[in-house]
Design a protein around this ligand. Structure first.
Ligand code: PLP
Length: 370
């Protein structure tokens, strides 16, 4: 943990906003239940803080990507159901059982492995079955399902508790893949014994009732990213990132700013150097493209982003506002994660999961600091 007075940047995560986002989705998809996806340390925001806040609000099902994420989450969440998306690597099945984690089985090989493991032990351990409907990434495909139909012994030895699939284009409402995957999921799941079904991640929650099935699995929307990019963001903002100004200097042409001398000063002005760089997840692609908010003014990032520093043109602001020690808003009300991602040429998911270890992190609920 960083020392707040030493740190050059402050990352504030609003747990109440995450809970509000979970509730908004729950209202929209009821009676389907809402599992919270907290993989990659809750998209970089701290699963050990985020997951208990959601559990306290009534969320009883969580989703992680890896076994180790599941083991870590189990230490803070004794009761809830935890699904592990990547499923068991050979030889790790016992660990799933020991920590009461439910593997998502992504291929016939993983399914057979789990069935063999089950035969060796007692009872049929719970598992989720991932059916591939068009991602071609993970999942049991149509051919494997046909082969499975000839192996009733395999399915008899596991206890399937969920059939799931994943949409490739859910953030584009009118993309034909959505309806195609929905139809394929319904058809292929129909070849399996009846069990609860789940198709929608964040985007799918907003595609209408047909996509909700028994359970939805949002991640990004819980953390404030816009699940409906062609419409205003219905989610509450969760993240605030502030960077500290280390120096403000007066400059005049013909000087340049930063590595590569990519920004040329064209007149008298002032440059503020802020203690955030690409090692903190402030992407190098924001060079000469990004912004910060200071005193209600959007100030442009000038020159290249370096490892620990970025420079902003604060000529428009008086020294009482743009001074050493002042905090600029890099992510917050005036500039969302999605805005920063657009400037950086990436998606909000990558901005969140890249947030660095040097930020001093605070988790608040509404106004009060935790
Ligand atoms: C990451 C992931 C999710 C959550 O996706 P978001 O777009 O963040 O809501 C849901 N299901 C699966 C299979 C995933 O890999």
């Amino acid at each position: 943990m960083t020392n707040p007075s030493h740190a050059g940047s402050l990352l504030t995560v609003d747990l109440a906003a995450i809970v509000a986002n979970w509730r908004l989705i729950a209202q929209g998809v009821a009676p389907a239940k809402v599992a919270a996806v907290v993989k990659a340390d809750a998209y970089g925001l701290g699963a050990a803080r985020v997951a208990p806040a959601l559990a306290a609000a009534g969320c009883d099902t969580f989703v992680v990507a890896t076994l180790d994420e599941g083991i870590a989450l189990r230490t803070v969440l004794p009761e809830p159901v935890i699904f592990v998306l990547n499923g068991p690597l050979p030889g790790t099945e016992g660990e799933f059982l020991a920590h009461a984690l439910i593997p998502v089985l992504n291929s016939l090989a993983q399914l057979t492995g789990w069935a063999n493991f089950a035969r060796a032990g007692s009872g049929a351990p719970a598992a989720a079955l991932h059916i591939d409907t068009g991602m071609n990434r993970l999942g049991i495909d149509e051919l494997e399902l046909e082969r499975l139909a000839g192996r009733p012994d395999v399915l008899a030895r596991v206890r399937p508790v969920l059939a799931l699939s994943h949409l490739a284009c859910a953030d584009e409402r009118s993309h034909p893949m959505n309806a195609e995957q929905l139809a394929r999921f319904t058809r292929l799941a129909g070849q399996l014994p009846a069990m609860p079904m789940s198709l929608a991640a964040s985007g799918g929650c907003f595609l209408g009732r047909a996509f909700h099935f028994d359970m939805v699995r949002p991640g990004a929307a819980l953390y404030g990213l816009n699940p409906t990019p062609d419409r205003p963001n219905p989610m509450a903002q969760v993240v605030r990132l502030q960077g500290k100004i280390l120096q403000v200097r007066d400059v005049d042409s013909p000087r340049t700013v930063g590595y590569g001398a990519t920004h040329r000063v064209t007149g008298p002005g002032r440059i503020a150097t802020v203690a955030v760089g690409y090692a903190d997840g402030w992407f190098r692609s924001l060079g000469n493209r990004g912004h910060a908010m200071l005193g209600g003014v959007k100030v442009p990032l000038v020159g290249r982003v370096s490892m620990d520093l970025a420079c902003f043109d604060v000529s428009a602001l008086p020294p009482e506002i743009a001074h050493p020690g002042a905090l600029v808003d890099l992510i917050g009300a005036g500039q969302t994660v999605d805005d920063v991602a657009a400037d950086a040429g990436t998606i909000g998911y990558e901005i969140l999961t890249a947030l660095g270890a040097r930020h001093h992190r605070r988790w608040i609920s509404g106004e009060d600091a935790a």
